[in-house]
Design a protein around this ligand. Sequence first.
Ligand SMILES: [Fe+2]
Ligand SMILES: [Fe+2]
Length: 279
Amino acid sequence: MIPMKPIMFAHLTDTHVNVPGKTPLFSIDGGAKLRAAFADIGKLSDKPAFVVISGDLTQDGDVEDYKFLRQLIEEEQAKLGVPVYVALGNHDSRPFFREGYLNEEPSEESYHYSFTHQGLRVVMLNTQIPGKHDGRLDEEQLAWLRNELEIPAPAGTVVVLHHPVVSTPSDLMDSHLLENPEDLGQVIAGTDVIGLLSGHIHFNSIGLFHNIPSAAGTGVAFGLDPTSNDSMKFIDNSGYNLVLVKNGQMIVTPMAMPGENKVVYEFTLEQMKEAIANH
Ligand SMILES: [Fe+2]
Ligand SMILES: [Fe+2]
């Protein structure tokens, strides 16, 4: 890897935006939270080169939610003056995302791609399993990634995926990580991948995966208590990560937007089992 100019970008996740008029999620307005995060980024002394959002773009995944989100992101992107790239999470719907956000024909086709910025390759994966909250990388995507990584990028590669691959302090959240991390591990072993970025768990959690740093960010819409094992405690806070790629390393700086920081909703294990049984 050739030493390149450092690149800084912003990693947002779990925006859970819905079109205005729907019953808001625990009185949280995902659209307002996302605008606040963009405003915070706009005040930084050094502007990030681009923004990635790692899934759970919407709460309900309806066409109207994606149309609203697209408009919001276009406005914020124009203000900030840098591109915004998105990936899908378990709250998203592939067909409605294609229709409402991309203005394409609806289809269940996986939404994964890569882009390059000044020698840094960023791979956006689609770990969401249609109709489920679990995350998995299918054979097609793994084969695509293997092929994609065959030629190294000058400044290395960062992989963005909704479901994290490293363990967390919460047994409850550990049961919701990527189902097949070792399949990903095999594909990225020995390649130019210098870091992984994810979301889904709604708190900052950083660890090593096959000696590669893997960082999950807190949710833009809300946080979760990382120490709760028998319930999900939804907290009114927000934040994002600043990601610096320098000398072949990925450095992650969590940026907190504390909000009122109070528990706004509690989802018990029993309620979760009931919801899954009724799904
Ligand atoms: Fe989420
Ligand atoms: Fe999620």
